[in-house]
Every structure is written in C-alpha cells, then in structure tokens.
Design a protein around this ligand. Structure first.
Ligand SMILES: *Cc1c(COP(=O)(O)O)cnc(C)c1O
Length: 404
C-alpha cells in the first residue's frame, strides 16, 4: 500500500519532528504551571513560555509583550473583533470586513451585528482581491475596525495588506488581519504593514494544534481589547486560563523554524506548485481560481470544468488527500462561498479542488498526484454526458435542462 499523499496543508500541517522534540519535556519533567511563582517547576514553565513568546514575536517583527497566546486562530479572531467592539464602544460600532474571510471572522461579525454593531462586507473582484477605493469609501465616522485577512485559505490570494494598513492609519481606524495562512510561509511584518491586531495559529505552520496567538500592538497606538475569557488574569488580563505550556513551547519552535526556513520552503514549493498547475493546464477546460499575481507559493485552487469535485476526489482519495469546494463546509456539499464571491458559477465552484503543498511535500509526490488526478479527470469526463455534449460543440449554457 502506497503512502497517502498529503496535499491539504491549508487545512492543517503535520507537526515538524523538531517541534515535537521541543514539546516533550513539558509533558514530563518540566510539567509546571507557568503561573506558579514559588518553585522551580513553575519557573521552568514560565521560562519556556517567555522564550516561545520571543520566538513568535520575532517571526512577525513584534515585541514579545504584544503576543497573547490563545487556543488558536478562531479564538484570536473572536478576541480581536469582539474585544475591539467592546473596548472601543464609545468611539463607534462599525466594522468593515470582506465576504471571503474565514468563518471565524464572518460568524463573529454576524454576532457583532446581533449585539447592535454595524458591519460592512466588502466584495472581491474575479481575482479575489478587494478594491482599495471601496474600502476608503466604506470608512465612516463610527468605523472602529477593518478586518481583512492576509491570505485566503481556499485560494491563497494575498490582499494588498500594506495599502490597507496605510488607509487605516490615514483614517484613524484599527486594522486587524487574520494572517493564519500567511504567517510562517511568507514574510509578515506587523510594523511595515501597519497592523494593529493579527491572528495566527500553530497547526498551520508545522506546530501543534490547539495553540495560536493574537498580536496586539502596544505603541503608536497602544491597542487594547476587552477580554472574552475572564479568570486568573493571564496574558496581561486579555486571556485568562492556564497556559498550554507544551503547545506554546512547540509553537515557539515552529515559529523559529519558519523564520529560518520559510524562504527556501517557499521557493521550492512554488516551483512544485507551478509544475502541478502547468501539467493540469494540459487538460482541457482547466481554470485556476484567484489571481496568480499575488498568491501564496504553495497553493493552487483549480476547477476542472464539467467534473464534479467531490466525485473526482473519490477517484483518488485513497492516494491523494486534498480539499474540494470549501474545506470547512465541504460536509454540506454547498459550493464554496469564497469561490462564488469571485464570481464562479455553481458548476465551476463545484468542480474545484484545492491543492496545498507543505514543507514535507516531495517532487515525487507531486508527480504522482498529477498523474492520479489527471486520470481521475479523464475518467470522470469519459463517463459524463455533459462532457460529450461539450465535445460535440453544444452550447451548454443555452441548453434548457428538464428539471428547471
Ligand atoms: C485555519 C484557519 C482559521 C482557524 O484556525 P484554528 O487555529 O483552527 O482555530 C482561521 N482563519 C484562517 C484563515 C484559517 O485558515
């Protein structure tokens, strides 16, 4: 039995063995509570957390004091948006975000609306990018926060973060970015990009699951968020709860490894990704979703027209692990809202597959995946009456299907 090839690194990355090594002592001999101030167990744990905080801060150009450890990016998204909404209630209640954000942001914004807030959802163009003039026009007197992700989880499309940061600064509104898909993969510097708050997570950058961080800027300006978890006052009062010391130590190590290795990883993976795309483009009616100009180096979201994505996946999912449609809602078989926001019809959205490579992806695996997926596409099309009609030159958009 051949190994199942993993090309779903945007869902989660495998934990780097060097990260696991770093974590182990904090389950055993160094098992202390980082808040215990009266003995060596506590001091060792606190030291590990302090060190990890430095490693994580260094990766994003922040001060260690600006890192709030959380259980992951979902919690960090919630803390940023709800925390700003509460803290800056006297200044205003309007938040601007984008329709292609992760559900952790969109559903939090929905909650904000229920709580009496006002949310503007910017649309994206067919490349997946926002219009900066639309952003400018959306900012009002009562706007307190702009929440725009760095890189999209489904398409890998990178928003013009630096320009967004500039607009926010000019207008005196806070800029929060869910940078979960970007941190550790491409250079992310909070100062250079005018970021005030930023969420990211361990398990998308070769660290453990269940740990993440919210960056909260401490000067120029000093930003504060209202805690969403009350208790012992950990994390400077912004996030109570005993720190997950082994996971935090691992997250720190993961951050350090990314800082040292992301450039070479990105170079290698972009070559493999481009190869994958070029090979698929040899098939007919293949479309790359999202701009190829500003995109994460390891991601390709591809529609194989007239082939149903879930069915296609069944032809190779014993050998290749990928995601179709929206990763997080693929259980529902609803076509991806992200792809629909780019203007894709249901057919193209349904025929999409996301390939996301990672640090441990090899050239051999990519070559095998190309062959398996290409064969699957061919197989599905051979069986498809729609494909036959297409090949006969019938205009499928003009056909009146009987069920309508
Ligand atoms: C994965 C992901 C999240 C959620 O992160 P968790 O750590 O699993 O909670 C949030 N936003 C984006 C863009 C993601 O890709």
């Amino acid at each position: 039995m051949k190994k199942l090839i993993y090309l779903d690194n945007n869902s989660t990355t495998p934990t780097d063995p060097r990260v696991v090594e770093t974590m182990i002592p904090y389950f055993y001999e160094k098992h202390g509570n980082a808040a215990s101030r009266s003995h060596k167990y506590g001091w060792e744990a606190e030291e590990a957390v302090d060190y990890a905080r430095e490693q994580v801060a260094q990766l994003i150009g922040a001060d260690p004091k600006e890192i709030i450890f959380t259980s992951g990016a979902t919690e960090a998204d919630n803390l940023a948006i709800k925390g700003v909404f509460e803290m800056y209630a006297r200044k205003g209640n309007h938040i601007i975000t984008v329709t292609t954000e992760h559900k952790a942001v969109l559903d939090t914004c929905k909650k904000i609306e229920k709580l009496g807030g006002e949310v503007t959802y910017l649309e994206v163009n067919d490349k997946g990018l926002i219009d900066l003039d639309e952003l400018r026009a959306a900012i009002k007197k009562n706007t307190i926060l702009v929440s725009i992700m760095w890189a999209n989880n489904e398409t890998g499309v990178i928003q013009p973060v630096k320009e967004i940061g500039k607009i926010c600064e000019e207008n005196g509104v806070l800029f929060f970015s869910d940078a979960t898909q970007a941190v550790g993969k491409i250079p992310v510097d909070v100062i250079e990009n005018g970021i005030h708050l930023m969420a990211f997570t361990g398990h998308k950058m070769y660290g453990p699951k269940g740990v993440g961080a919210l960056y909260v800027r401490r000067k120029k300006p000093r930003v504060k968020v209202t805690a969403q978890l009350d208790g012992g006052g950990h994390e400077r009062g912004m996030r109570s709860g005993t720190l997950n010391v082994p996971a935090i130590a691992g997250f720190g190590k993961a951050a350090e490894l990314c800082r040292l290795e992301m450039e070479q990883d990105a170079k290698r993976l972009s070559v493999l990704r481009d190869h994958l795309e070029a090979e698929f483009n040899k098939l007919e009616e293949v479309y790359v979703n999202g701009t190829t100009e500003a995109r994460m180096p390891h991601v390709a979201n591809i529609s194989f027209k007239h082939v149903e994505g879930e069915g296609l996946m069944m032809t190779f999912n014993q050998n290749v692990a990928v995601s179709s449609g929206s990763a997080c809602t693929s259980a529902s078989l609803e076509p991806s809202y992200v792809l629909k926001a780019l203007g894709l019809g249901d057919d193209l959205a349904h025929s999409s597959i996301r390939f996301s490579l990672g640090r441990f992806t090899t050239k051999e695996e990519v070559d095998q995946a190309i062959e398996l997926v290409s064969n699957g596409v061919q197989h599905m099309r051979d069986l498809s009456p729609i494909w036959e009609m297409y090949k006969e030159g019938i205009d499928l958009d003009a056909v009146e299907w009987s069920e309508h």
